[in-house]
Ligand binder design. Structure first.
Ligand code: PHE
Length: 367
């Protein structure tokens, strides 16, 4: 009997060496330690032995059983990855990682940033929670100016119900630059805050910080209290552009805009220019492109007009240059406010703007 116990023990140890996965381990456990398992059955026979033998063999049996149980435990934890020396078969092919997707607006934004950087523009980031001063005042939109109505502003309730312990400087910096640097000029009165309605406040922030000559773009999220439909969202993306130098005229503007449109679509797209009004530009224009979804025949994406307004622009108003600390007698400039979200709609033929913020993976996985 003693020999039999030792034999089974060795058998178990040999089989355990071969086991690589938990199912086989489970089977093995049943085979030996289960209710009808080999070792269990053998140990039951001890009851029929003489007292003398019981003592000696009983001890061996108990010890063996204990040992085997802990051995099974050990191998189980190795197999499930918790053991110290997890077996890694380096010859197996690696598991394929599932990659995420860039959001379509991010793709368009990245492409445009590259395009503008190649034309010598720097990329600026401005705050989404903006002061009334930068969002309106410094853009030649004083309070009570009717143009404020165009913007459907989300005003932020003040005083804040849970005021922050210190006045928070509004971070503003060029990409990759530490935020500390712009703080002097952006430590503004925060009792009058809005969710920025456009990226234009970064024009003035950029001028104050970098002076003239200046070439910059500022992509980012903007917010408006809109009634939401296929072409209107409360949160969407724009990219502001600003170029200030001596002798900058509308023809520079049109050249850059054409470059931009052709760059983003990779082909010539039909455009038209109309006069447009914005208090911070004079003259102001609107550049439309022929709807790339319906090719001009009319669809929900273009409100059945065949055209899409994507690029309001103009010559920077002299007053805005002054707010930016730049001498309007010496310098002139142009600015534009590109609708990034709309551009992504056109580029990818998406006819409902609500899809962008829907978080719907079926939509996002297509990009
Ligand atoms: N900020 C304007 C808007 O969003 C667009 C614009 C930007 C117009 C720059 C002219 C120049 O409504």
């Amino acid at each position: 009997m003693k020999d039999e116990i030792i034999k089974i023990k060795e058998e178990i140890l040999a089989e355990l060496k071969k086991v690589k996965e938990s199912e086989a381990l489970g089977n093995l456990e049943t085979k030996y330690l289960g209710r009808k398992g080999k070792l269990t059955v053998l140990l039951k026979q001890i009851a029929g032995l003489s007292d003398e033998e019981k003592k000696e063999i009983g001890r061996l049996a108990n010890q063996t059983k204990k040992e085997m149980i802990s051995k099974f435990k050990e191998i189980k934890s190795v197999i499930s990855g918790k053991g110290e020396d997890t077996f890694v078969d380096v010859t197996l092919p690696g598991e394929k990682r599932v990659l995420g997707h860039l959001h379509p607006v991010t793709i368009v934004q990245n492409e445009l940033e590259d395009l503008f950087k190649s034309m010598g523009f720097m990329v600026l980031d401005g705050p989404e929670l903006e002061s009334d001063y930068f969002n309106f005042e410094a853009l030649n939109i004083p309070s009570h100016h009717p143009a404020r109505d165009m913007q459907d502003t989300f005003y932020v309730a003040t005083p804040h119900p849970n005021p922050l312990p210190h006045p928070q400087p509004l971070s503003f910096a060029r990409r990759g630059e530490s935020k500390e640097r712009g703080q002097e000029e952006t430590n503004v009165d925060q009792s009058d805050m809005v969710m920025r309605t456009h990226t234009s406040p970064v024009q003035v922030r950029g001028m104050l910080k970098y002076g003239a000559p200046l070439r910059c773009v500022a992509p980012g999220r903007v917010f408006r209290a809109e009634a939401i439909d296929a072409v209107h969202e409360h949160t969407f993306d724009q990219m502001e552009g600003l170029m200030v130098d001596e002798n900058i005229s509308i023809s520079n503007l049109i050249a850059v805009m054409k470059e931009l449109i052709n760059g983003i679509f990779g082909r010539e797209v039909e455009t038209r220019v109309r006069p447009g009004y914005f208090p911070f530009v004079e003259p102001g224009i609107e550049l439309d492109i022929k709807c790339t979804i319906c090719n001009g025949s009319g669809c929900p994406g273009c409100k059945h007009s065949g055209w899409l307004e994507i690029l309001p622009a103009g010559q920077v108003h002299p007053k805005v240059l002054e707010y930016g600390g730049i001498d309007p007698d010496k310098y002139s400039g142009f600015a534009f406010g590109l609708g990034l979200t709309r551009l992504a709609m056109m580029k990818y033929k998406i006819n409902d703007t609500r899809l962008f913020n829907s978080g719907d993976l079926r939509f996002l996985r297509q990009f």
